[in-house]
Design a protein around this ligand. Structure first.
Ligand code: EPU
Length: 349
């Protein structure tokens, strides 16, 4: 097993590692090299070495929002393992925590909830690591990471230095940030800093959450009660990746402009439209897929989940190409019916 490093760092580099073992979709060919990082210095070191050897790098956390191709990756896959959970500020209304990028996200949520802090409790039971949450601006049940994130620390591979990016610098939008757009591949997030509130969660809650609370006669809202409610709802709509390989929502919800509404309502007057507050509307991609009749169907070994059409489960697919065929079939059918182009949500390695 080759080593690389200088000073006191010596990282193990593994070769020819099947990516299907490191992605929750359980697909993908070999990574030429794979290593783990536990400090920001190690991140910098891997990048310097990769630059010398002209190797591309891709950083993964839990592998729950990435998919890998059959040809694999002919560079270095870096598994983010930087630990840490510390209180960096505290006042009468809030507590600010700094979390290592490699921490398991749900354990961070649980710790915050146990400390009676609000702001991320609705993002319970989301698989993956803390450092991955800003990349696609992870969100669920009315909260998104952009709401509480103060800053991230990152290794800037272009400038070869550690930087702090503010919330504004990240340019968050729905399932979007600079990290998956103009700066893709440039920064490696090493920690995230979240400012959480000491207040109890307050309504109005996200529709599906409110419905659950009503149905269960819950009228007192603590962080723990909201967390438990979200865990219960998610378990009915999102398959456990440990049991059924998947990446959560496989498609993003579509954003449409005001002028498109009439044409869409002409196709189906019942089309659900959620106002975004900026004159645009979010159309649930799960609903669009359901309308094509594909919900519950098996396409090229990929199951369109019968409880949530936004989720694709790898039931018997043997290759990334199977997934691509299923994806394109779904995108095509939605396009044919609604003239809407739905987009893949997970990143491709
Ligand atoms: N819907 C259907 N059919 C379906 C699925 C959904 O008609 O098969 C309709 C629902 O009836 C509802 C609307 O679509 O009116 C929205 O559904 P839901 O509230 O369940 O949320 P979603 O749009 O399916 C999004 C996120 C989830 C997040 C939930 C809850 C995206 C791409 N997905 O799903 O995030 O947990 O809201 O906030 O924005 C993820 O990104 O991986 C993810 C799981």
């Amino acid at each position: 097993m080759p080593k690389m490093g200088y000073n006191n760092y010596h990282m193990d580099i593994h070769t020819n590692i099947p990516l299907k073992n490191y992605t929750t979709m359980k697909l993908g060919g070999p990574a030429r090299f794979m290593t783990e990082v536990r400090t920001s210095e190690e991140v910098a070191e891997v990048y310097r070495n990769a630059k010398t050897q002209k190797l591309p790098i891709f950083v993964i956390g839990g592998g729950s929002n990435v998919i890998a191709k059959d040809e694999g990756f002919s560079g270095i896959i870096v598994r983010m393992r930087i630990p840490g959970f510390e209180i960096v500020a505290d006042d009468i209304n809030s507590t600010t925590i700094k979390v290592g990028a490699g921490e398991e996200w749900d354990s961070v949520v649980k710790r915050a909830v146990d400390m009676r802090l609000s702001g991320i409790e609705a993002m319970s039971a989301i698989p993956g690591t803390a450092g991955a949450t800003p990349i696609q601006n992870v969100g669920a049940y009315g909260q998104e990471i952009a709401d509480t994130l103060q800053s991230v620390e990152a290794y800037d591979s272009r400038e070869d230095r550690l930087v702090t990016l503010t919330n504004d610098d990240c340019r968050f939008a729905y399932r979007h940030s600079i990290f998956r757009d103009e700066s893709i591949g440039r920064y490696v997030i090493t920690s995230i800093t979240l400012k959480l509130s000491k207040n109890l969660p307050t309504p109005p809650f996200y529709d599906a959450l409110q419905k659950y609370l009503d149905e269960n006669n819950i009228q007192i809202f603590t962080q723990e009660i909201i967390r438990n409610a979200v865990i219960a709802i998610r378990s009915t709509k999102l398959p456990d990746p440990q049991i059924s390989p998947n990446t959560g929502s496989f498609f993003k919800n579509t954003i449409v402009e005001n002028w498109q509404l009439d044409a869409l309502r002409a196709i189906n007057p019942d089309i659900p439209l959620f106002e975004m507050g900026d004159g645009r509307y979010k159309v649930p991609a799960g609903w669009l897929i359901e309308q094509t009749g594909l919900k519950g169907q098996l396409l090229h070994g990929m199951r369109v989940y019968d409880k949530n059409a936004l989720v694709l489960i790898n039931e018997s697919a043997t290759s990334y190409n199977d997934l691509l065929a299923a994806r394109d079939e779904i995108i095509g059918q939605v396009r044919d019916k609604f003239r809407i182009q739905i987009e893949q949500e997970p990143l491709t390695i």
